[in-house]
Design a protein around this ligand. Structure first.
Ligand code: CA2
Length: 173
């Protein structure tokens, strides 16, 4: 087919069926979450972080999204990854673990990222010790999911898929 024919077909394509390639969703996990499945199963369940990663990959693929799944025990590393996400990701899902309750630095990094952010906790932090009831990170979060175990990560992906779709549509009109 002539080049002009191809250009004509490209210009006539229905917009909805050719979504723009989207940047990945950055999924960050904080300190000690690498120990999941090994201790405290009564609180955090029996799944390992690798199991949760696999569930997220599966859900993201079904939703037509890409993910970048990471874990660190170091606050500064998480902050570097959030700063990197500002340019390289379309949204952030974060389980900040214990930094949830201590870190203004993570809050500042998430605020500066100017991306949709979903905060996820495996356990219901409001049903636990009083020091876990407050989250610094929530001030920067679009939404917060807690108490639903690893299902919370999948629900966060569902919510972001819808949100990113509507952001893309608004930009298209
Ligand atoms: O419920 C959550 O997802 C938490 O973010 C988990 C954090 C906790 O500090 C937050 O208050 C709530 C703890 C993650 C540590 O996970 C472990 C897993 C197995 C063994 C020890 C720790």
């Amino acid at each position: 087919m002539m080049l002009s024919g191809l250009i004509f077909l490209w210009r006539c394509r229905p917009r909805e069926s050719y979504p723009l390639p989207m940047k990945p969703i950055c999924i960050l996990n904080g300190p000690n979450l690498n120990l999941l499945g090994q201790r405290q199963p009564e609180i955090y369940g029996r799944e390992t972080l690798a199991d949760i990663h696999a569930r997220c990959e599966k859900r993201a693929t079904a939703l037509g999204l890409a993910i970048d799944f990471r874990q660190s025990n170091h606050e500064g590393v998480l902050i570097d990854w959030i700063q990197e996400a500002r340019a390289k990701a379309s949204a952030i899902i974060i389980n900040p673990a214990a930094f949830t309750h201590t870190s203004v630095a993570l809050l500042d990094a998430l605020t500066a990222a100017e991306l949709p952010v979903i905060e996820v906790h495996l356990s219901n932090i409001h049903k636990r010790e009083p020091f876990r009831h407050h989250s610094y990170v929530s001030r920067a979060a679009t939404g917060v999911i807690c108490g639903l175990g690893s299902k919370g990560y999948e629900l966060a992906l569902d919510a972001l898929a819808e949100r990113l779709q509507s952001i893309a549509e608004t930009r298209d009109v």
